[in-house]
Ligand binder design. Sequence first.
Ligand code: SAM
Length: 305
Amino acid sequence: MEYHKPVLLDKSVEALITDPNGTYVDVTFGGGGHAREILNHLGEHGKLIAFDQDPDAYQNEIKDDRFHLVMSNFRFLKNQLRFLGIKEIDGLLGDLGVSSFQFDTAERGFSTRFKGELDMRMNQNQTKSAKTVINEYEETDLARIFKEYGELRSARKWANKIVHERKTNPIETTTDLTNLFKNQIQENRRNKIFALLFQALRIEVNDELDALKELLVQSAEVIKPEGRLVVISYHSLEDRLVKRFIKTGLFEGEPERDMFGNWYAPFQPSQSKVITADEQEIDLNPRARSAKLRIGIRNGEEKKN
Ligand SMILES: C[S@@+](CC[C@H](N)C(=O)[O-])C[C@H]1O[C@@H](n2cnc3c(N)ncnc32)[C@H](O)[C@@H]1O
């Protein structure tokens, strides 16, 4: 099985590299598709540090003196770089979410298509899994997660049904969960709704939105002026955070303006429009359909938007 086909490969790598002998970080190594392409663009003195929190990604490690792989959540970006003696970098790439390998491995529990344990941990050393969330969370918390992370309209009803069911039968597998709701959803809408339910659980299990926010804030502290922040996201909750952060330096609210109406933000968007995959790429790799690529250029301290 192919581990993962990289998405928006050329556009993201071209946007990232400003100096072939600079230092770059790929915070989502996965199958190493982006990492290999970055190394192809780097000169002899270039460096690439990659992160992945999933020990399975280690089977793809690249043997190259310019490359170093760190097994860590990217929310520890600054500390890990400091540990390696790196204070600033020329660019950072994030290709968020799960890899095809994670998604297509039944026992990882990410996909509604297979029967597997309700796991969904990207980092298998972590204790909280989807089973914990489904079987131990309070009803109100389940409803909140389904609403906020899955944007599911029946969030409260679903949370109530889960809490009722688990009193007599623990919900242990992906199919235990989908069977609970199968008959309440029209067949043609099932895949979409289950995908949103699983998305909500995955975000909660891996604390994905907070990890992303921490990454973005720290990226501004390590990327040099003129360096690039390049992020590919696959759903609107992530894309919204990336878009707002690149535009304003904030995740919500309005930036504080000076008397001329300008504000300071660590990045400015390199394009006014989001970059997406073309039909040709989507035909070859359906996963590319939802991909959104955003690029931020690090401002100097005095530059205002
Ligand atoms: C979409 S895949 C990346 C694929 C990669 N660009 C390639 O070309 O093969 C996302 C990867 O990032 C990892 N990941 C997601 N969130 C992470 C986080 N917070 N910290 C570290 N790794 C993370 C996942 O384990 C997964 O392997």
